[in-house]
Design a protein around this ligand. Structure first.
Ligand code: FES
Length: 157
């Protein structure tokens, strides 16, 4: 059989995942993942989340520069990853983020406002990060500092 008549192997879901993992480990996957809405690792940098005066009680929104969301309830500010715990899709790009939680469009996992999985294939909660507020009201999310889902940063009166 001539090479042009050989059948290409069918890429299964598992082999696609293996391919993405290999690409991610080699550092070659970033442009690919940016297009697909998936990400493979969590950057550890600090993220500017704007001024606390612009974050209303009862709100949650994604941060444009990084795969994190900032939220506020009556006890204060909190932040969590937007990377789905099922297969790593970034819910800022593939899904939705709202005050009552996040939804992942890749395979329809759902998370409540505390990041706990409530539906779909995801089984693990979303990772939470420490949040600080500077004297001028600037909010910073510290992705290198994991905290419990109940942790809040009190907003000065
Ligand atoms: S990656 Fe989110 S549901 Fe599969």
């Amino acid at each position: 059989m001539r090479p042009s008549h050989r059948r290409m192997p069918i890429m299964t879901h598992t082999s696609r995942r293996a391919f993405v993992r290999i690409m991610a480990l080699s550092g070659a996957a970033t442009p690919l993942l940016a297009v697909s809405g998936c990400a493979s690792n969590q950057p550890g940098n600090d993220v500017n989340a704007g001024n606390v005066s612009a974050i209303a009680i009862g709100s949650m929104r994604g941060i444009s520069s990084d795969p994190v969301a900032i939220a506020r309830d009556v006890d204060g500010l909190f932040a969590m990853t937007t990377l789905c715990t099922h297969a790593g899709c970034d819910m800022r790009m593939s899904g939705s983020i709202a005050a009552d939680g996040m939804r992942c469009a890749c395979h329809n996992s759902k998370f409540d406002k505390s990041g706990n999985p409530t539906g779909g294939p995801a089984q693990s909660p979303l990772q939470h990060f420490n949040v600080s507020i500077a004297a001028d009201g600037t909010v910073t999310i510290h992705q290198s500092q994991s905290v419990s889902a109940s942790a809040r940063t009190a907003v000065p009166a």
